[in-house]
Design a protein around this ligand. Structure first.
Ligand SMILES: *[C@@H]1O[C@H](CO)[C@@H](O)[C@H](O)[C@H]1NC(C)=O
Ligand SMILES: *[C@@H]1O[C@H](CO)[C@@H](O)[C@H](O)[C@H]1NC(C)=O
Ligand SMILES: *[C@@H]1O[C@H](CO)[C@@H](O)[C@H](O)[C@H]1NC(C)=O
Length: 145
């Protein structure tokens, strides 16, 4: 029995160090970077981070014309999301999500719109599965058993 307790605690407390870009695990209360790399050398005119369960006018992060549109941001993300690199230099459109909680668990997709002269391209760059674990891991273990 004690073997299983140790094993389960280990699984709950150790966040995955695997370089799998689609799966990110973090403990409640932490800050997490959601990585997204757009093309280099193009002007990124619009950046949308969204969750599939939100309607089309609600985003995790909506950035256009060099600024954040808080009106389009879902209530639960207001004041918690910022660009990792404000200049989006070299196409880095990663964002940092602060103080995560279990309700942040889910899929995040990164979409950009680029413009080169008259050519406007909209693309989904990648998506991330975020798994937020309870910071009181022992409590969660009891619930699981
Ligand atoms: C999260 O980021 C904020 C602002 O950058 C910082 O003040 C805070 O200490 C960070 N929290 C953790 C748990 O690292
Ligand atoms: C998560 O969502 C539930 C249901 O909407 C809510 O009751 C709870 O307060 C939320 N937890 C946090 C940490 O925001
Ligand atoms: C990006 O925008 C700047 C300023 O609007 C412009 O000078 C430049 O030519 C654009 N670059 C590309 C690749 O379209």
């Amino acid at each position: 029995m004690s073997f299983f307790v140790v094993f389960l605690s280990f699984a709950l407390f150790v966040t995955s160090a695997l370089e799998d870009h689609t799966e990110v695990k973090v403990r409640s209360g932490q800050n997490v970077t959601l990585h997204c790399q757009g093309p280099r050398g193009l002007n990124i005119t619009m950046l949308e981070w969204s969750k599939p369960e939100f309607n089309s006018e609600s985003y995790v992060f909506f950035f256009q014309n060099h600024r954040l549109y808080e009106n389009y941001q879902h209530e639960s993300f207001k004041g918690r999301v910022a660009l990792k690199d404000r200049s989006m230099k070299d196409g880095d459109v990663s964002v940092i999500l602060r103080n995560v909680n279990i309700n942040d668990t889910g899929t995040y997709s990164c979409e950009i719109t680029t413009r080169m002269k008259e050519r406007v391209v909209h693309e989904v760059v990648n998506s991330i599965n975020l798994k937020v674990t309870d910071s009181g891991g022992f409590v969660e273990w009891h619930k699981m058993v």
